[in-house]
Design a binder for this molecule. Structure first.
Ligand code: OSB
Ligand code: MG
Length: 370
Protein backbone atom coordinates (compact mmCIF):
# COMPACT_ATOMS: atom_id res chain seq x y z
CA UNK A 1 0.00 0.00 0.00
CA UNK A 2 1.25 3.45 -0.82
CA UNK A 3 1.69 5.36 2.42
CA UNK A 4 0.47 8.94 2.09
CA UNK A 5 0.94 10.33 5.57
CA UNK A 6 2.22 9.51 9.02
CA UNK A 7 0.93 11.19 12.18
CA UNK A 8 2.46 10.87 15.63
CA UNK A 9 0.62 11.66 18.87
CA UNK A 10 2.76 11.75 21.99
CA UNK A 11 0.20 10.94 24.66
CA UNK A 12 0.12 10.77 28.43
CA UNK A 13 -2.65 8.83 30.18
CA UNK A 14 -3.29 8.61 33.93
CA UNK A 15 -3.13 5.04 35.26
CA UNK A 16 -5.94 3.98 37.63
CA UNK A 17 -3.22 3.07 40.15
CA UNK A 18 0.56 3.63 40.25
CA UNK A 19 2.62 0.81 38.78
CA UNK A 20 5.95 0.12 40.53
CA UNK A 21 8.69 -2.17 39.26
CA UNK A 22 12.33 -2.71 40.13
CA UNK A 23 13.18 0.17 37.73
CA UNK A 24 10.70 2.76 38.98
CA UNK A 25 7.17 3.90 39.66
CA UNK A 26 4.74 5.18 37.02
CA UNK A 27 1.54 7.09 37.74
CA UNK A 28 0.89 8.10 34.15
CA UNK A 29 1.76 6.20 31.04
CA UNK A 30 3.29 7.89 28.06
CA UNK A 31 3.45 6.37 24.59
CA UNK A 32 3.16 7.35 20.93
CA UNK A 33 0.17 6.63 18.73
CA UNK A 34 1.24 6.12 15.10
CA UNK A 35 -1.37 6.82 12.41
CA UNK A 36 -0.81 5.96 8.74
CA UNK A 37 -3.03 6.98 5.83
CA UNK A 38 -3.05 4.93 2.63
CA UNK A 39 -5.56 4.39 -0.16
CA UNK A 40 -8.39 6.02 1.78
CA UNK A 41 -7.75 3.86 4.87
CA UNK A 42 -6.32 4.73 8.30
CA UNK A 43 -4.09 2.37 10.24
CA UNK A 44 -3.15 2.73 13.91
CA UNK A 45 -0.15 1.47 15.81
CA UNK A 46 1.11 1.94 19.35
CA UNK A 47 4.76 2.62 20.07
CA UNK A 48 5.10 1.42 23.66
CA UNK A 49 8.27 3.33 24.58
CA UNK A 50 7.75 4.97 28.00
CA UNK A 51 8.87 8.32 29.30
CA UNK A 52 11.92 6.92 31.11
CA UNK A 53 14.62 4.51 29.88
CA UNK A 54 13.91 2.00 32.68
CA UNK A 55 12.58 -1.09 30.93
CA UNK A 56 14.24 -0.26 27.61
CA UNK A 57 16.86 2.24 26.46
CA UNK A 58 14.15 3.66 24.20
CA UNK A 59 11.91 6.45 25.47
CA UNK A 60 9.03 8.39 23.95
CA UNK A 61 11.68 11.02 23.17
CA UNK A 62 14.06 8.71 21.30
CA UNK A 63 11.18 6.97 19.52
CA UNK A 64 9.77 10.32 18.38
CA UNK A 65 13.18 11.21 16.95
CA UNK A 66 13.67 7.87 15.19
CA UNK A 67 10.12 7.85 13.83
CA UNK A 68 10.16 11.45 12.60
CA UNK A 69 13.74 11.75 11.37
CA UNK A 70 14.50 8.23 10.08
CA UNK A 71 11.54 5.88 9.70
CA UNK A 72 9.10 8.40 8.18
CA UNK A 73 11.18 8.96 5.01
CA UNK A 74 11.50 5.18 4.54
CA UNK A 75 7.72 4.69 4.41
CA UNK A 76 6.20 7.95 3.11
CA UNK A 77 5.33 7.74 -0.58
CA UNK A 78 6.52 4.13 -0.61
CA UNK A 79 4.44 1.17 -1.72
CA UNK A 80 4.85 -1.24 1.19
CA UNK A 81 3.77 -4.78 0.40
CA UNK A 82 3.90 -6.50 3.77
CA UNK A 83 5.57 -6.52 7.18
CA UNK A 84 8.73 -8.18 5.86
CA UNK A 85 9.02 -5.50 3.20
CA UNK A 86 8.80 -2.90 6.00
CA UNK A 87 11.46 -4.73 8.04
CA UNK A 88 13.81 -4.70 5.03
CA UNK A 89 13.30 -0.97 4.56
CA UNK A 90 14.20 -0.17 8.17
CA UNK A 91 17.07 -2.68 8.38
CA UNK A 92 19.65 0.14 8.22
CA UNK A 93 18.37 1.60 11.50
CA UNK A 94 20.15 -0.22 14.28
CA UNK A 95 17.97 -1.19 17.25
CA UNK A 96 15.02 1.05 18.16
CA UNK A 97 12.66 -1.88 18.06
CA UNK A 98 9.87 -0.14 19.94
CA UNK A 99 9.80 2.65 17.34
CA UNK A 100 9.80 0.20 14.42
CA UNK A 101 7.11 -1.99 16.00
CA UNK A 102 4.72 0.98 16.33
CA UNK A 103 4.81 1.51 12.56
CA UNK A 104 4.61 -2.21 11.77
CA UNK A 105 1.43 -2.45 13.86
CA UNK A 106 -0.15 0.42 11.90
CA UNK A 107 0.78 -1.35 8.65
CA UNK A 108 -0.91 -4.57 9.82
CA UNK A 109 -4.00 -2.53 10.65
CA UNK A 110 -3.98 -1.08 7.12
CA UNK A 111 -3.43 -4.45 5.40
CA UNK A 112 -6.20 -6.02 7.45
CA UNK A 113 -8.62 -3.21 6.65
CA UNK A 114 -7.78 -3.47 2.95
CA UNK A 115 -8.29 -7.25 2.90
CA UNK A 116 -11.23 -7.35 5.33
CA UNK A 117 -9.29 -9.60 7.70
CA UNK A 118 -8.60 -9.33 11.42
CA UNK A 119 -5.03 -9.51 12.71
CA UNK A 120 -5.97 -12.79 14.33
CA UNK A 121 -6.95 -14.24 10.94
CA UNK A 122 -3.82 -12.89 9.27
CA UNK A 123 -1.58 -14.44 11.95
CA UNK A 124 -3.41 -17.77 11.92
CA UNK A 125 -4.81 -17.40 15.45
CA UNK A 126 -6.85 -20.36 16.63
CA UNK A 127 -8.47 -19.11 19.85
CA UNK A 128 -11.67 -17.11 20.30
CA UNK A 129 -10.72 -16.40 23.90
CA UNK A 130 -7.29 -15.63 25.25
CA UNK A 131 -6.36 -16.64 28.78
CA UNK A 132 -5.06 -13.66 30.71
CA UNK A 133 -3.65 -12.70 34.07
CA UNK A 134 -2.72 -9.55 35.89
CA UNK A 135 0.69 -8.05 36.62
CA UNK A 136 0.80 -6.40 40.05
CA UNK A 137 3.40 -3.78 40.85
CA UNK A 138 5.45 -3.59 44.05
CA UNK A 139 3.16 -2.62 46.96
CA UNK A 140 3.82 -0.89 50.26
CA UNK A 141 4.02 -4.13 52.22
CA UNK A 142 3.49 -7.87 51.90
CA UNK A 143 0.04 -7.55 53.45
CA UNK A 144 -0.93 -4.77 51.01
CA UNK A 145 0.22 -7.07 48.21
CA UNK A 146 -1.95 -9.93 49.48
CA UNK A 147 -4.94 -7.54 49.59
CA UNK A 148 -4.23 -6.45 46.03
CA UNK A 149 -4.01 -10.08 44.87
CA UNK A 150 -7.31 -10.77 46.61
CA UNK A 151 -9.07 -7.92 44.82
CA UNK A 152 -7.88 -9.13 41.40
CA UNK A 153 -8.96 -12.69 42.22
CA UNK A 154 -12.37 -11.30 43.13
CA UNK A 155 -12.49 -9.62 39.73
CA UNK A 156 -11.94 -13.02 38.14
CA UNK A 157 -8.24 -13.14 37.27
CA UNK A 158 -6.85 -16.63 37.73
CA UNK A 159 -3.17 -15.99 37.18
CA UNK A 160 -1.17 -13.44 39.10
CA UNK A 161 2.27 -12.02 38.43
CA UNK A 162 3.99 -9.96 41.08
CA UNK A 163 6.89 -7.61 40.61
CA UNK A 164 9.90 -8.19 42.82
CA UNK A 165 13.22 -6.50 43.52
CA UNK A 166 16.15 -7.13 45.89
CA UNK A 167 14.88 -7.19 49.46
CA UNK A 168 11.27 -7.28 48.31
CA UNK A 169 10.96 -10.84 47.09
CA UNK A 170 10.94 -13.65 49.67
CA UNK A 171 8.52 -12.16 52.22
CA UNK A 172 6.17 -10.88 49.50
CA UNK A 173 6.07 -14.03 47.39
CA UNK A 174 5.79 -16.32 50.44
CA UNK A 175 2.91 -14.25 51.83
CA UNK A 176 0.94 -14.56 48.58
CA UNK A 177 1.68 -18.29 48.37
CA UNK A 178 0.61 -18.83 51.98
CA UNK A 179 -2.67 -16.99 51.38
CA UNK A 180 -3.34 -18.81 48.09
CA UNK A 181 -1.72 -22.27 48.03
CA UNK A 182 -3.16 -23.24 44.62
CA UNK A 183 -2.85 -19.91 42.82
CA UNK A 184 -1.10 -19.80 39.45
CA UNK A 185 1.62 -17.40 40.53
CA UNK A 186 4.75 -16.01 38.87
CA UNK A 187 7.28 -13.25 39.62
CA UNK A 188 9.09 -10.65 37.50
CA UNK A 189 12.38 -9.05 38.61
CA UNK A 190 12.96 -6.84 35.55
CA UNK A 191 16.72 -7.48 35.54
CA UNK A 192 17.28 -6.38 39.14
CA UNK A 193 19.70 -9.14 40.19
CA UNK A 194 23.19 -10.33 39.34
CA UNK A 195 24.26 -13.96 39.34
CA UNK A 196 25.68 -13.32 42.83
CA UNK A 197 22.72 -11.45 44.33
CA UNK A 198 20.26 -13.91 42.77
CA UNK A 199 21.03 -16.26 45.66
CA UNK A 200 18.28 -14.25 47.39
CA UNK A 201 15.79 -15.85 44.97
CA UNK A 202 16.57 -19.40 46.09
CA UNK A 203 13.67 -19.63 48.61
CA UNK A 204 11.27 -18.83 45.74
CA UNK A 205 12.27 -22.08 44.10
CA UNK A 206 10.14 -23.95 46.66
CA UNK A 207 6.99 -21.86 46.18
CA UNK A 208 5.67 -23.73 43.15
CA UNK A 209 5.83 -20.69 40.85
CA UNK A 210 4.92 -20.95 37.17
CA UNK A 211 8.12 -19.10 36.31
CA UNK A 212 10.68 -16.50 37.41
CA UNK A 213 10.84 -13.71 34.81
CA UNK A 214 14.05 -11.91 33.83
CA UNK A 215 16.03 -12.06 37.08
CA UNK A 216 19.35 -10.91 35.54
CA UNK A 217 20.66 -8.20 33.23
CA UNK A 218 19.18 -7.77 29.82
CA UNK A 219 22.39 -8.68 27.98
CA UNK A 220 23.16 -11.62 30.25
CA UNK A 221 21.76 -14.64 28.47
CA UNK A 222 24.80 -16.66 29.54
CA UNK A 223 24.39 -15.95 33.25
CA UNK A 224 20.72 -16.88 32.98
CA UNK A 225 21.92 -20.28 31.78
CA UNK A 226 23.98 -20.67 34.96
CA UNK A 227 21.04 -19.58 37.09
CA UNK A 228 18.54 -21.86 35.33
CA UNK A 229 20.83 -24.81 36.04
CA UNK A 230 20.46 -24.07 39.78
CA UNK A 231 16.67 -23.68 39.76
CA UNK A 232 13.87 -26.18 39.26
CA UNK A 233 11.43 -23.33 38.56
CA UNK A 234 11.50 -22.33 34.87
CA UNK A 235 13.31 -19.08 34.12
CA UNK A 236 11.41 -16.95 31.60
CA UNK A 237 13.19 -14.27 29.59
CA UNK A 238 11.63 -10.91 28.74
CA UNK A 239 14.18 -8.07 28.26
CA UNK A 240 16.93 -10.43 26.97
CA UNK A 241 14.99 -11.62 23.94
CA UNK A 242 15.11 -8.78 21.43
CA UNK A 243 14.88 -10.78 18.19
CA UNK A 244 14.20 -14.27 16.86
CA UNK A 245 17.97 -14.85 16.97
CA UNK A 246 18.10 -14.03 20.66
CA UNK A 247 15.24 -16.44 21.27
CA UNK A 248 17.32 -19.12 19.56
CA UNK A 249 20.44 -18.23 21.58
CA UNK A 250 18.48 -18.40 24.82
CA UNK A 251 17.00 -21.81 23.99
CA UNK A 252 20.23 -23.28 22.63
CA UNK A 253 22.07 -22.10 25.75
CA UNK A 254 19.26 -23.40 27.99
CA UNK A 255 19.12 -19.97 29.58
CA UNK A 256 15.36 -20.24 30.01
CA UNK A 257 12.49 -22.70 29.53
CA UNK A 258 9.79 -20.14 28.73
CA UNK A 259 9.74 -16.94 26.66
CA UNK A 260 7.66 -13.82 27.23
CA UNK A 261 6.91 -12.45 23.75
CA UNK A 262 6.36 -8.71 23.45
CA UNK A 263 6.03 -7.66 19.82
CA UNK A 264 7.56 -4.23 20.45
CA UNK A 265 10.67 -5.56 22.17
CA UNK A 266 11.46 -7.86 19.24
CA UNK A 267 10.91 -5.18 16.58
CA UNK A 268 7.36 -5.87 15.50
CA UNK A 269 4.50 -8.31 15.19
CA UNK A 270 6.18 -10.18 12.31
CA UNK A 271 9.14 -10.94 14.57
CA UNK A 272 6.84 -11.97 17.41
CA UNK A 273 5.00 -14.37 15.09
CA UNK A 274 8.36 -15.79 13.97
CA UNK A 275 9.49 -16.41 17.58
CA UNK A 276 6.14 -18.04 18.32
CA UNK A 277 6.63 -20.33 15.30
CA UNK A 278 10.13 -21.39 16.37
CA UNK A 279 9.09 -21.99 19.97
CA UNK A 280 5.93 -23.85 19.00
CA UNK A 281 7.94 -26.19 16.75
CA UNK A 282 10.15 -27.04 19.76
CA UNK A 283 7.26 -27.18 22.26
CA UNK A 284 8.70 -24.25 24.22
CA UNK A 285 5.85 -22.47 26.05
CA UNK A 286 5.40 -18.77 25.29
CA UNK A 287 3.05 -16.10 26.58
CA UNK A 288 2.27 -12.54 25.60
CA UNK A 289 3.77 -9.83 27.80
CA UNK A 290 2.32 -6.37 28.24
CA UNK A 291 3.51 -2.76 28.36
CA UNK A 292 0.41 -1.20 29.96
CA UNK A 293 -0.93 -0.72 26.45
CA UNK A 294 -3.85 1.43 25.38
CA UNK A 295 -6.74 -0.29 23.59
CA UNK A 296 -4.68 -0.14 20.39
CA UNK A 297 -1.78 -2.26 21.64
CA UNK A 298 -4.15 -4.41 23.69
CA UNK A 299 -6.06 -5.38 20.51
CA UNK A 300 -2.76 -6.31 18.89
CA UNK A 301 -1.59 -8.38 21.89
CA UNK A 302 -4.89 -10.28 21.99
CA UNK A 303 -4.63 -11.13 18.28
CA UNK A 304 -1.08 -12.40 18.77
CA UNK A 305 -1.95 -14.41 21.86
CA UNK A 306 -4.68 -16.24 19.91
CA UNK A 307 -1.90 -18.29 18.24
CA UNK A 308 -1.73 -21.89 19.45
CA UNK A 309 1.72 -21.77 21.08
CA UNK A 310 0.65 -19.10 23.59
CA UNK A 311 -0.08 -21.75 26.20
CA UNK A 312 0.42 -19.60 29.31
CA UNK A 313 -1.87 -16.68 30.30
CA UNK A 314 -0.76 -13.28 29.01
CA UNK A 315 -0.18 -9.97 30.81
CA UNK A 316 -3.22 -8.63 28.98
CA UNK A 317 -5.70 -7.43 31.57
CA UNK A 318 -9.06 -5.73 31.02
CA UNK A 319 -9.03 -2.03 30.07
CA UNK A 320 -10.31 -0.98 33.51
CA UNK A 321 -7.23 -2.45 35.20
CA UNK A 322 -5.20 0.32 33.54
CA UNK A 323 -7.32 3.29 32.45
CA UNK A 324 -10.54 4.99 33.43
CA UNK A 325 -10.70 6.41 29.94
CA UNK A 326 -8.92 4.83 26.97
CA UNK A 327 -8.18 6.17 23.47
CA UNK A 328 -10.24 3.41 21.84
CA UNK A 329 -14.03 3.38 21.79
CA UNK A 330 -13.84 -0.34 22.48
CA UNK A 331 -13.05 -1.50 26.00
CA UNK A 332 -11.77 -4.97 26.73
CA UNK A 333 -13.54 -6.86 29.49
CA UNK A 334 -12.70 -9.99 31.43
CA UNK A 335 -14.89 -13.05 30.84
CA UNK A 336 -15.88 -15.32 33.75
CA UNK A 337 -13.15 -17.80 32.85
CA UNK A 338 -10.26 -15.27 33.09
CA UNK A 339 -10.16 -14.77 29.31
CA UNK A 340 -10.55 -11.80 26.98
CA UNK A 341 -11.88 -12.01 23.42
CA UNK A 342 -9.59 -10.84 20.64
CA UNK A 343 -11.36 -8.37 18.33
CA UNK A 344 -12.87 -9.73 15.12
CA UNK A 345 -13.15 -6.56 13.01
CA UNK A 346 -10.76 -5.88 10.11
CA UNK A 347 -7.18 -5.03 11.09
CA UNK A 348 -6.86 -4.29 14.80
CA UNK A 349 -10.65 -4.13 15.02
CA UNK A 350 -10.64 -0.92 17.06
CA UNK A 351 -11.73 2.68 16.52
CA UNK A 352 -10.23 5.79 18.12
CA UNK A 353 -12.09 8.02 20.58
CA UNK A 354 -10.88 11.28 19.05
CA UNK A 355 -11.94 13.41 22.03
CA UNK A 356 -10.07 11.17 24.45
CA UNK A 357 -7.01 11.20 22.19
CA UNK A 358 -7.08 14.98 22.01
CA UNK A 359 -7.31 15.26 25.78
CA UNK A 360 -4.26 13.02 26.31
CA UNK A 361 -2.09 14.51 23.56
CA UNK A 362 1.09 16.36 24.58
CA UNK A 363 2.26 16.96 21.01
CA UNK A 364 1.34 15.96 17.50
CA UNK A 365 2.98 16.01 14.09
CA UNK A 366 1.88 14.98 10.61
CA UNK A 367 4.35 14.20 7.81
CA UNK A 368 3.15 13.75 4.24
CA UNK A 369 4.53 12.07 1.14
CA UNK A 370 5.89 14.65 -1.32
O1 OSB B 1 8.34 -6.44 32.53
O2 OSB B 1 6.53 -7.27 31.89
C1 OSB B 1 7.17 -6.28 32.22
C2 OSB B 1 4.95 -3.16 32.24
C3 OSB B 1 5.82 -2.22 31.74
C4 OSB B 1 7.12 -2.60 31.46
C5 OSB B 1 7.53 -3.91 31.65
C6 OSB B 1 6.65 -4.86 32.13
C7 OSB B 1 5.34 -4.47 32.46
C8 OSB B 1 4.35 -5.36 33.04
C9 OSB B 1 2.89 -4.97 32.88
O3 OSB B 1 4.61 -6.33 33.71
C10 OSB B 1 2.13 -5.90 32.04
C11 OSB B 1 0.79 -5.31 31.63
O4 OSB B 1 0.72 -4.61 30.60
O5 OSB B 1 -0.18 -5.56 32.34
MG1 MG C 1 8.77 -8.53 32.33
Amino acid sequence: MKIESLTLHHISMPLVAPFETSFGRETVRECILVTLQAEGLTGYGECVASRDPGYSYETTGTAWHILKDFIASLVLGKDIHNANDFQKRVEGIRGHHLAKAGVEMALWDLFGKRDGKSLKEMFGGTRDKVEVGVSIGIQESASALVRSVESYLQQGYRRIKIKIKPGREVEETSAVRRAYPDLRLQVDANSAYTLESAIALKPLDDLDLLLIEQPLFEDDIWDHRKLQAEFKTPICLDESVVSPRHARYALEMEACRIINIKPARVGGLSQAVAIHGDCHAQSVPVWCGGMLETGVGRASNLALASLPGFVLPGDISASDRYYQRDITNERFVLNDDSTINPPNGPGLGITIDEDALKGFTLSEITLKAE
